[in-house]
Design a protein around this ligand. Structure first.
Ligand code: GRF
Length: 192
């Protein structure tokens, strides 16, 4: 199964996927990495692994892509033969061009137990709310903010003395197991 990855940041989830693929435990082929932030760590990771990667340039908006830029993303993903679009720390809303091109074939990982704490810095939201546990969620992407159908979740305890950093780090440990496991289910044809 050919996967295309969209990211904006350091790309630790992408690295976790690569590790599983390279170890032969995940039957997926990353064919394209696209980042909307120049210099994003995820691009370095892709280059290091010899995977084609490109920067998406969006001069008009910060929280979404304009329709013509997103249509260009669709074109690139299609040309690369992408079957599953994996958002890995991609910080923009996904709009019609991409959603319509890949119905039920775009997934995201979010650092909270959705529907709790959608949006930015979900680990900070969880700390502030004083919950005893949070976690991470893999979900289908729709036009809303972290609102698509939930595919899988993993729980993480909030511990006394946690800071935003320690909690996010503990959540990421679970993300790095959960995301490859879900991608493997797509590769096996278990999720449609
Ligand atoms: C993760 O916490 C993920 O849940 C959220 O953005 C972060 C991306 O981290 N969507 P990384 O770039 O994969 O390290």
């Amino acid at each position: 199964m050919k996967i295309g990855i969209l990211g904006s940041g350091k790309g630790s989830n992408f690295r976790a996927l690569l590790t599983e693929i390279e170890a032969g435990r995940l039957d997926a082929e990353p064919v394209l990495v696209l980042a909307d932030v120049e210099g994003a760590g995820i691009l370095e990771l892709a280059r290091g692994a010899g995977i084609p990667c490109e920067v998406i340039r969006e001069p008009k908006f910060r929280t979404k892509l304009s329709p013509e830029v997103e249509a260009g993303v669709v074109r690139k993903l299609r040309e690369a033969g992408v079957e599953l679009v994996v958002l890995a720390g991609y910080m923009r809303m996904v709009k019609a061009p991409l959603l319509e091109a890949f119905p039920r074939r775009i997934i995201n990982i979010h650092p909270a137990l959705l529907p709790a704490f959608p949006g930015l810095e979900a680990w900070g939201q969880a700390l502030e709310a004083g919950v005893a546990k949070t976690g991470c969620t893999v979900h289908f992407v729709d036009s809303g903010m972290d609102s698509g159908e939930i595919i899988a979740q993993a729980e993480v305890p909030v511990l006394p003395g946690d800071t935003a950093e320690t909690l996010h780090a503990r959540i990421q440990v679970e993300e790095h197991k959960l995301y490859p496991a879900v991608v493997a289910r797509f590769a096996a044809g278990d999720l449609a």
